[in-house]
Design a protein around this ligand. Sequence first.
Ligand code: PXL
Length: 278
Amino acid sequence: MSYKKLLTIQDISCVGQCSLTVALPILSAAGMETAILPSAVLSTHTAGFTGFTVRDLTADMDGIAAHWKKENIRFDGLYTGYLGSAEQIGTVKAIIGQLLAPDAAVIVDPAMADNGRLYPAFDAAYVEEMKKLAFCADFVLPNITEACFLTGMEYRERYDEAYIASLLDALTERGARTIVLTGVGYDESHTGVVVREGDGTRYYEHRKIAKGCHGTGDVYASAFVGALENGMSAYDAAVLAADYTVRCIELTQGDESHWYGVKFELALPDYLRMLGKV
Ligand code: PXL
């Protein structure tokens, strides 16, 4: 039986329920050996906390990758999230060329922006480098803000289906393969995800829980990768990840002290059920 070995590259936010502290448990639950390459270590995530510490780990990455190469370590899939710097993205691209098995899927969550704005650590140079990574991936998972930064299209808070179609077209023209566009909702009480794969585009709409939560992009992407690597289609994996993320938010809402993330741990039994593992 094949036992998949996935590599995920994103930061360790020591506190804050995002990036690697979310990806590792979710991918482990999905039944995959998961290796990590931390892009940076932060005391907390940068969305809402102030005074956080950051240590960029770009300088360590080439040595780690060289050691893996010497040991003949190869990965069956790569999933990238929040990266440390524009310069680091070049190192990540080199890893794709050197450390992946021939059929390995490359999944890029261009985790760099939300609500019309870049995250505090990022600038135009980061966006330029992220374009190169996102457009060489097999699957790219932007939210609407990130899709705008990747394409140069105008960000809109309110939009219609024609706007979303042109955003998908712009991503495709620039080289995106399978696109999973998250946070797409046409009225106040719904949100959803649009999946464009080849010539087909499908939309999954679901209830929007009023409260916006930090870290849900990482929960979503990790759950998507786990489902995809279990053999689900991109659309089915996108739907499953949406249902799981909604469940995580449901289990968190009402607890005002838990503003910085979602209690995804409590919903891991639901995730296993959705994957048909229990
Ligand atoms: O959830 C995305 C994310 C990951 N890592 C860090 C972040 C954020 C979002 O703000 O700040 C450090």
